[in-house]
Design a protein. Structure first.
Length: 255
């Protein structure tokens, strides 16, 4: 697959990077017994540099734009940096799934298969860490090392506007809650150093939310978030893993 070089300043759009066709299967129980459903979709991604494959995994509500400042650094320092938009987010396609962290892990494994990458290092952020843990536990040969930055999921520390999106009123007010100006306000509450939050940066985060599909994905992810299964996997993780938590982390202050 051909990969276009990123532009400077960083443009968060479907016009950068490439798209990978992926196929993954979700298994579950139905009244008739066990069943599986196969999904075919596309993942939008950037692929920069050469060397050891490094997979960057963003969290709920984000896109590969999260990694815009570190992609060039790692690409210049011996890594092949692969930064996807998780399914449903950014400019990836929107299969009819629940968008749980486990389903995102299935899609990531299918993504690595599509790119024919046998093993990667992973750097993940927020809820992306949970999907990375699922991938590492269920397919240990595919993940060599991990760095997990601010791992965790939606909780009482998240901005009220985000938590309200799962309510009837919140969904009715969705266009207002995730307007470009509102997104900047949400980010201001999350940023440790708000001086770095320029209008251009806020627009980069907000851009994908001009799509109703991405807005729906965010709601589905919040509604169906559950970390119980991931917690059950923690003792099975054998890969060297560095967990990074900040003293000023407002979203996951408990580390």
């Amino acid at each position: 697959m051909d990969t276009l070089r990123t532009r400077r300043p960083f443009e968060n759009s479907e016009n950068i990077g490439a798209f990978a066709n992926i196929t993954f299967e979700i298994c579950g129980d139905a009244e008739e017994g066990a069943e599986s459903v196969c999904f075919e979709t596309q993942i939008h991604y950037l692929d920069e540099g050469g060397g050891v494959p490094l997979l960057l995994v963003h969290g709920i509500g984000q896109s590969l734009y999260t990694w815009r400042n570190v992609i060039p650094f790692f690409a210049k320092n011996g890594f092949r940096v692969i930064a996807p938009d998780l399914v449903g987010f950014g400019y990836s396609s929107h299969p009819n799934i629940y968008y749980t962290v486990e389903e995102q892990a299935l899609a990531l494994k299918a993504f690595l298969d599509a790119l024919e990458i046998p093993q990667v290092h992973i750097v993940a952020f927020s809820t992306g860490c949970l999907s990375a843990l699922c991938l590492a536990a269920e397919h240990p040969g595919r993940v060599s090392r991990m760095v997990l930055v601010s791992p965790g999921g939606p909780n009482e520390h998240y901005p009220f506007a985000l938590r309200a999106l799962t309510s009837w009123a919140g969904r009715k007010l969705f266009p207002l809650i995730l307007s470009d100006n509102a997104v900047k306000g949400l980010l201001h509450d999350m940023y440790f150093d708000a001086t770095k939050l320029t209008d251009d940066v806020a627009a980069g985060y907000a851009g994908p939310y001009h799509s109703a599909d991405v807005r729906e994905t965010l709601v589905m992810s919040l509604m169906h978030f559950d970390d119980a299964y991931v917690r059950s996997l923690l003792r099975s993780i054998r890969q060297p893993t560095l967990v990074v938590s900040g003293m000023g982390d407002r979203m996951h202050p408990d580390g």
